[in-house]
Ligand binder design. Structure first.
Ligand SMILES: Cc1cc2nc3c(=O)[nH]c(=O)nc-3n(C[C@H](O)[C@H](O)[C@H](O)COP(=O)(O)OP(=O)(O)OC[C@H]3O[C@@H](n4cnc5c(N)ncnc54)[C@H](O)[C@@H]3O)c2cc1C
Length: 464
């Protein structure tokens, strides 16, 4: 949906064109229309560098009105943080002006011949296009599993999961039988990557330290299973850190099943090769695929549906189009595809902005994009995390402190940094989770990227 405010800013932009003359010169300065699709990590980084540049007319389009700090989504889903703590309005980050426009709209295609972005029945012209629409959960060809095992990608997803987790305890407290209670309090996470590990640890702590007291329930009544098809959790980390993470999770009471593939999922049931698990909440953390950018550009999708880009992050055959972040298939120094991580998207965003400005100024092209890997971190719970900085491997409290500091540092906006720091400090001292609110939301919500209309939150993800 293109918001009226978006159209208004376009009108402001046209009205502002008369003023686009350099002071003291009679001739209009050459202007380049740059459109950025997606105000996530990559798109925002590019947009912030292009905003208010003298020769750039910038339009940022996003289907949401906020930039989302996805690494902390699981904390919203597990009641540790509130939505506004990890999201900021795009219009607050990139204020509209006569050269910079923000549109809340869902892009449905790109007319590369006419150089126009198609969104909600409108066409936005561009000279240079940066596509940074990220990824979405991938069910490896089993689209029907999505309804019973939602993924975690948007604030809507996080709130629906929070509802599911909290409502499960509420319903279990009045369940008619022990079997019903056991089913409601079984949480299955499918996929042992960072999101699965972080979610599993956080649900375990929520159940043990907070909800067990709320409901006067024996600690350990909740069952949390983490299912991973590969040989170990956190496969992208070094084996010793995977082992540390697995030991920390086991210490929190999480059951880890490695070498275990899911063969089917239906409402409240997870089928394995020789077992079916009845669960109140099933969460998909197993994989992602790119948003449908390849289809928009008419190119063959590469691994994970991503668009292959050259060393300058532009798409072959489309010189005015750059694709960055999770939607792009770019190679690292070792020739392997770069991972879908926030720092990759941010560095690529900075690179394409600089490359466009150099082209505009008629300067020499930049050296090929090279990703700088500063290390990776994953947290399991209170004082429990793993960190890998090349040969340096940390775990326990030092890794957890680094994780916390890094996440505060990379959050967008002073307010969010203060709020998250304060809430973490309070939670650390009290083991309290202030976000454990069950909120019924009226009316269907439509997720712009999939177009599917999920069930009302009150019903989402429940077996009963
Ligand atoms: C739960 C979770 C935890 C994560 N944890 C970590 C972590 O700890 N560390 C790490 O480095 N990475 C982490 N990641 C990965 C990281 O968030 C991504 O790699 C990063 O967000 C990719 O940036 P991007 O700019 O490509 O896309 P995104 O940041 O996803 O931004 C895409 C933007 O495009 C918009 N959009 C999508 N489709 C359309 C459309 N059709 N029209 C208009 N707008 C559209 C979206 O609304 C969104 O704002 C995590 C991801 C998730 C989901």
């Amino acid at each position: 949906m293109l918001l009226v405010t978006g159209l208004a800013s376009q009108r402001r932009s046209r009205a502002g064109e008369g003023g686009n003359r350099r002071a003291g010169h009679g001739a209009p300065s050459p202007r380049c229309k740059v459109v950025v699709i997606g105000a996530g990590f990559g798109g925002l980084e590019a947009a912030l560098r292009l905003a208010r540049q003298r020769n750039v007319d910038l339009t940022v389009i996003d289907s949401h009105n906020h930039h989302l700090f996805q690494p902390l989504l699981y904390q919203v889903a597990t009641a540790a943080l509130s939505p506004a703590d990890i999201a900021s309005p795009v219009r607050g980050i990139i204020p509209a002006s006569n050269r910079t426009h923000v549109l809340m709209a869902t892009v449905t295609g790109v007319d590369t011949r006419a150089r126009r972005v198609l969104c909600d029945g409108h066409a936005v012209p561009y000279d240079e296009l940066i596509i940074a629409t990220g990824s979405k959960p991938s069910y490896f060809g089993h689209a029907s599993w999505a309804e019973a095992a939602p993924g975690l990608k948007t604030l809507d997803d996080a709130l629906a999961l929070r509802h599911s987790i909290l409502a499960a305890f509420e319903q279990a407290s009045v369940a008619g039988s022990a079997a019903d209670q056991a089913r409601l309090l079984t949480f299955v996470l499918i996929g042992g990557g960072p999101t699965g590990v972080e979610m599993a640890g956080s649900i375990a702590e929520l159940a043990r330290d907070v909800l067990a007291h709320d409901y006067d329930m024996a600690t350990g009544r909740a069952r949390i299973l983490l299912i991973e098809a590969g040989p170990r959790v956190l496969e992208a980390f070094a084996p010793d850190l995977s082992e540390d993470a697995a030991a920390a999770l086991t210490g929190l009471g999480v059951e880890i099943r490695t070498h275990t593939s899911v063969t089917g999922i239906e409402a409240g049931l997870v089928h394995l090769h020789n077992e079916t698990i009845a669960a109140g909440t099933v969460i998909w953390t197993a994989g992602t695929e790119a948003t449908p950018v390849a289809g928009w550009l008419g190119v063959t999708p590469g691994h994970g549906g991503r668009v292959a880009v050259g060393a300058d992050l532009r798409v072959s055959g489309h010189p005015g189009v750059s694709v960055i972040g999770d939607a792009a298939l770019a190679s690292g120094a070792d020739g392997k595809p770069l991972p879908g991580l926030a720092p990759v998207a941010k560095q690529q965003g900075r690179y394409v902005a600089r490359a466009i400005l150099r082209r505009l100024r008629g300067r020499r092209a930049l050296a090929p994009f090279a990703y700088r890997d500063y290390g990776t971190l994953a947290t399991i719970g209170r004082n429990k995390a793993v960190a890998e900085f090349g040969p340096v491997h940390l775990h326990g409290l030092p890794a957890w402190l680094m994780w916390a500091v890094a996440h505060i540092f990379f959050l967008i906006g002073f307010r969010n940094r203060v709020m998250v720091s304060a809430q973490w400090a309070f939670a650390y001292m009290t083991e309290e989770r202030a976000g454990r609110l069950i909120i019924e939301r009226a009316g269907p919500r439509t997720e712009p990227r999939t177009g599917r209309t999920p069930q009302p939150v009150a019903e989402a993800g429940h077996a009963d």
